[in-house]
Design a protein around this ligand. Structure first.
Ligand code: 5BU
Length: 484
């Protein structure tokens, strides 16, 4: 097989195993991309890993690159570098991502001598920033770096950036080559190819003529998380409740949810009637109210219709599927009868969603998964958050979104039809002495990438809750409009 045929076959395999996907994906930078490349999966396909390592070596040899040893950029490129090292008897070095604060404290592990030339191995290059994070410690220990080999170059300016550091980029697959092959094999439409090309052209990141960074990857955390309109997001969800909420927010121009944690149901009803015109959601904890009775749901639903808001019982279900069926549908509170939205911990596993869905889906309800929490020391982070994203993706008809605190920093891709709601919001920031951590509405929407601000004491404890609700509403809405 010729090298070109091998490369075409590799592109088709990468598409098959979903290492390259098309749709709407939120990148770590906050950008919404029509293409998502995640090469971590290749370790599970030995034929693909072998082919990747083989093609990368061939490109290096064809281009006449010379080096004494090689170092993969952690983590995805490490198995690729290992295969190249074994197949071609070329020594490998390893860079520690976090330098140990004990023992030898070495940033570069392995045997080498100062002055040797080290090849950098990377899976994907966008801006070139992560390659530079590996180049610097190699140079610090006296290794010379001249060549970088990469499987996919997104062609967003990485090559120019590396060139400005005297590094030569050898890419097996420039993204344009991937698109060309997939279109030729009828795996992508011409329209989709055009969309991806337009995105790449609009999001260049390399050094400009004066050597300054420009574009999306210039800052690792963007000051403003760019977003689609709520109207557009309504078209991206399968869940009725999410669709209703997106449209309600757009129509009423409010992304404010009030957490009405007052002492009695009577006070709650009075508050809901007063602040109703300002909010998109009223959030309840029905087990807080000693005077809760069978009329509670009907009264609240009347107010919801009168003022055009939705009801969210913040029940935080956390039991096995069979138990939550009863807790959600019956018992004292009969939550599913009156609350449009509820939420659940994912700690029991997927059965909790199946149980709640059995009750809620026929009633057109929506479920939020607790992907993160606002309290200090929360365990809902990292892999737990990633697992919540994966569970939501399996139930697009019922899971309407997440409780989250910083979705703009999430690694995993999630559908833009999902709603992000964030508690722990106060204009002054700070905390409450019992673990609650506050962020301002502006930061929650613009930096953290949330869609709905959830405000409790900032409003119901204010001297004038209606004026305060209006103030929070304006802050949340202005932040959304300026992030569009
Ligand atoms: P506060 O008064 O603005 O601190 O109220 C926050 C509300 O949001 C309160 O009802 C909490 O139970 C709720 N909440 C939260 O604060 N943090 C979380 O992670 C989740 C819910 Br989930």
């Amino acid at each position: 097989m010729s090298t070109e045929d091998k490369i075409d076959a590799l592109i088709v395999r990468l598409h098959e195993i979903e290492a390259v996907k098309f749709g709407e994906f939120t990148l770590k930078s906050g950008l919404v991309s029509p293409i998502y490349v995640d090469l971590r999966v290749i370790v599970s396909y030995p034929d693909v890993l072998a082919s990747v390592a083989g093609c990368m070596w061939e490109v290096l040899k064809r281009n006449g690159a010379e080096f004494d040893n090689m170092c993969g950029v952690p983590y995805t490129a490490l198995p690729i570098a290992t295969c190249m090292s074994l197949n071609n008897d070329c020594p490998m070095l390893m860079r520690r991502k976090e330098v140990k604060d004990y023992g030898t404290k070495k940033a570069i592990e392995g045997a080498f001598t100062s002055g040797q030339t080290c090849l950098i191995v990377e899976d994907l290059v966008t801006s070139g920033a992560s390659v530079m994070e590996t180049v610097e410690p190699l140079n610090d220990v006296g290794l010379v770096t001249k060549d970088v080999v990469v499987l996919i170059d997104r062609e967003q300016g990485g090559e120019a950036r590396l060139r400005s550091h005297d590094l030569r980029l050898h890419a097996v697959l420039p993204l344009s080559r991937v698109l060309k092959t997939l279109e030729a094999k009828n795996l992508m439409s011409a329209e989709l190819v055009a969309t991806v090309k337009a995105f790449i052209a609009a999001n260049q990141t390399g050094p400009n003529a004066s050597g300054n960074e420009m574009g999306a990857a210039a800052a690792p955390t963007p000051a403003v998380f760019k977003r689609d309109s709520y109207e557009h997001r309504a078209t991206l969800t399968e869940n009725k409740c999410a669709k209703d909420l997106w449209n309600l927010m757009a129509r009423k121009k409010t992304n404010l949810c009030v957490a009405a944690d007052v002492g009695t149901a009577k006070e709650l009803i009075v508050l809901a009637d007063k602040i109703g015109p300002e909010i998109c959601i009223l959030k309840t904890h029905c087990d807080l109210y000693p005077d809760f009775d069978d009329a509670f749901g009907a009264t609240l639903l009347e107010l919801a219709a009168k003022h055009d808001f939705m009801i969210f019982e913040d029940r935080k279900f956390a039991d096995i599927g069979n138990t939550v069926v009863g807790q959600y549908s019956s018992g004292v509170h009969k939550i599913a009868d009156w609350s449009h939205i509820t939420n659940a911990h994912i700690v029991p596993g997927a059965g909790i969603i199946d149980g709640l869905k059995q009750v809620g889906l026929p009633k057109g309800r929506g479920l939020l998964l607790l992907a993160e929490m606002s309290s200090a020391g929360t365990m809902a982070k990292g892999q737990y958050t990633e697992d919540a994203i994966a569970m939501a993706a399996k139930h697009p008809d019922f899971v309407m979104g997440f409780i989250s605190t910083r979705p703009s920093a999430w690694k995993g891709a999630w559908s833009r039809g999902l709603v992000q709601m964030t508690p722990g919001v106060q204009l002054g920031g700070g905390g409450d002495g019992l673990g609650q951590q506050y962020n301002t509405p502006d930061r929650v929407i613009k930096e953290c990438g949330s869609d709905v601000i959830i405000v409790g004491r900032g409003i119901y404890k204010a001297a004038d809750p209606v004026a305060s609700a209006a103030e929070y509403r304006k802050a949340g809405w202005d932040a959304y409009v300026s992030a569009l």
